[in-house]
Design a protein around this ligand. Sequence first.
Ligand SMILES: Nc1nc2c(ncn2[C@@H]2O[C@H](COP(=O)(O)OP(=O)(O)OP(=O)(O)O)[C@@H](O)[C@H]2O)c(=O)[nH]1
Ligand SMILES: [Mg+2]
Length: 206
Amino acid sequence: MASRTSDTVVGPRSEDALPSSATSAVKIVIVGGFGVGKTTLVHSVSEIRPLTTEETMTQASAGVDDLAGVERKRMTTVAMDFGRISIDDELVLYVFGTPGQQRFWFLWNGLFEGALGAVVLVDTRRLEASFDVLGRLEESQTPFVVAVNAFDEAPSYSDEELREALDLTAEVPLLMCDARSRESSKDVLLALMRYLYSLATTTGAK
Ligand SMILES: Nc1nc2c(ncn2[C@@H]2O[C@H](COP(=O)(O)OP(=O)(O)OP(=O)(O)O)[C@@H](O)[C@H]2O)c(=O)[nH]1
Ligand SMILES: [Mg+2]
């Protein structure tokens, strides 16, 4: 359980809001089960000091939070992560990381407002932690890509096995990543942008 005494809220500075040359800003969300690496990804891609609302997990979380596979985890997101990345001179992405713990999921509706798409981060040690997330995205018809965050001890599966386990349709992009790497995390965001673009062009949407 999170402790209210150890709030860490670190925000971007006001001058970080929008690069002066950017003409389009797109909001995307990073979702996934508890401890899959959402905060890590937002921090690794952000070109501004990210906003982060993490709290220390205490002994009181024993029996409440499923720490299997993430025993060393000490902090958890209680509201959101926020970062920014410029893709080129014209396009800037605002990246929102959601809380992974189900008891904070009531915050999702606000975080999803205006989002064009989502990245679902997955840990193969705990695939089932992604099921609810995927269901909610399908319900809300939010386009998404799935990125498997490769933890060292995690089992590796073929794309076919993963697609079957996660019940992904063939068109949903599935890729591997290392959320700690800026390049790898950026590739995930670019895969989402390419997917959104392909959906927009095939459906004739603007
Ligand atoms: N080995 C390895 N560790 C990682 C990777 N990504 C994240 N971690 C570690 O995994 C732990 C959990 O990462 P977080 O980024 O806090 O996960 P989260 O999804 O934001 O967690 P919640 O907000 O609690 O749901 C941290 O200790 C990270 O350092 C990765 O790609 N490889
Ligand atoms: Mg987090």
